[in-house]
Design a protein around this ligand. Structure first.
Ligand code: CMP
Length: 137
């Protein structure tokens, strides 16, 4: 059955001019762009999005990073797209993410307090529903 996920091209991806390259991989995989917009999230929106990480050492740097510039928010649809996009993205740490993935090919560790790992993808149907409501309300 078709499902939907929230994909974000984070501020580092937009600032580095990688939006087109990342979208090309998503489109080449065959997923459907249902909606797409450029968003400059305020703190309240990010606190909702990252509620599960509140209190972790990278939480404040993460919010600062996500407020440092616009992100591209995408409502993406397809069979098993939640799992499929996370596979395209690669693992969280861009240094060790597999080559061939978005993070593995374009990302690295810049020595900052937060992983600037180019993209976000929802991790479950429940997260996807919640996060799509936050970014496409
Ligand atoms: P994301 O999938 O958007 O979800 C939480 C984000 O926090 C993650 O991508 C990274 O940008 C960041 N992150 C997760 N774990 C760490 C960590 N151990 N150190 C720094 N940043 C992290």
């Amino acid at each position: 059955t078709t499902e939907e996920t929230l994909v974000l091209i984070k501020p580092d991806g937009v600032a580095r001019g990688l939006t087109g390259a990342i979208l090309a991989r998503i489109e080449a995989k065959g997923y459907a762009l249902v909606d797409i917009r450029l968003v400059e999230p305020d703190r309240a929106r990010l606190e909702r999005h990252y509620a599960e990480h509140e209190g972790k050492p990278f939480y404040e740097p993460l919010l600062e990073f996500m407020m440092s510039g616009p992100s591209v928010a995408i409502r993406l649809a397809g069979n098993r797209v939640i799992e499929g996009f996370r596979s395209l993205a690669g693992t969280t740490d861009p240094t060790t993410a597999a080559p061939g993935t978005i993070r593995g090919d374009f990302g690295r560790d810049w020595g900052l307090k937060v992983q600037q790992n180019l993209v976000h993808g929802s991790d479950s149907p429940e997260s996807a529903g919640r996060e799509l409501g936050i970014w496409f309300s």
